[in-house]
Design a binder for this molecule. Structure first.
Ligand SMILES: Cc1cc2nc3c(=O)[nH]c(=O)nc-3n(C[C@H](O)[C@H](O)[C@H](O)COP(=O)(O)O)c2cc1C
Length: 172
């Protein structure tokens, strides 16, 4: 039987919505999608956190993320899941930051040998979709079997449980 892990990175608090308005939410968009996936397919759910603390202010975060991307910073991961070797299917979730995944996700992917694992990306964004992230995942996650994945409009995730659940069930 397949062993499934849903891992994700997500920012709670300020978020950008339609019309570029900034609102507050207790749970990040990618976190919501991750919970829908885990509820649909079972297995374990794990939140990847950065070792550093990001500012709550959205515009400050935007600036920091851009600098990290431009300098190829490998943001340290605070916590790794136990016994990662036991999973053969990994749903891998992140927000689109500057047209790819947050730098902490590069660090996470580089930490493992992905031989024998299916990596199924899910990405939330306000318009850019996956951007360059799929290419970046393929070149960073050594030996992973990277599947097509799904890209979601972040501000709509909360209303998309059935679509996300159906998609996730179709992956296993
Ligand atoms: C630092 C940063 C950079 C972003 N860059 C993009 C982008 O390039 N394209 C886009 O469509 N959305 C971008 N967004 C919007 C997020 O991808 C979107 O709001 C996402 O759903 C946030 O997920 P989260 O709530 O799980 O953190 C950016 C957001 C942040 C904080």
């Amino acid at each position: 039987m397949s062993k499934i892990l849903t891992v994700y990175f997500s920012i709670k608090g300020q978020t950008i919505g339609p019309g570029m308005t900034i609102t507050n939410q207790e749970k990040g968009n990618t976190a919501m999608a991750a919970e829908f996936i885990r509820n649909a397919v079972g297995g374990d759910l794990f939140e990847i956190e950065a070792a550093k603390v990001y500012p709550e202010d959205h515009m400050e975060l935007i600036d920091i993320a851009k600098k990290e991307l431009n300098s190829h910073t490998r943001v340290e991961v605070k916590n790794y899941p136990d016994n990662f070797v036991k999973y053969d299917t990994v749903f891998f979730g992140y927000p689109n930051w500057w047209n790819t995944m947050p730098m902490v996700m590069f660090t996470f992917l580089e930490h493992y040998d992905w031989t024998g694992k299916r990596l199924i990306p899910f990405c939330t964004s306000e318009g850019s979709g996956f951007g360059l992230s799929i290419e970046d995942i393929k070149s960073t996650a050594k030996n992973a079997d990277v599947k097509e994945g799904i890209s979601l409009k972040g501000s709509q995730v909360k209303n998309m449980e059935s679509k996300i659940s159906d998609w996730a069930k179709g992956q296993i």
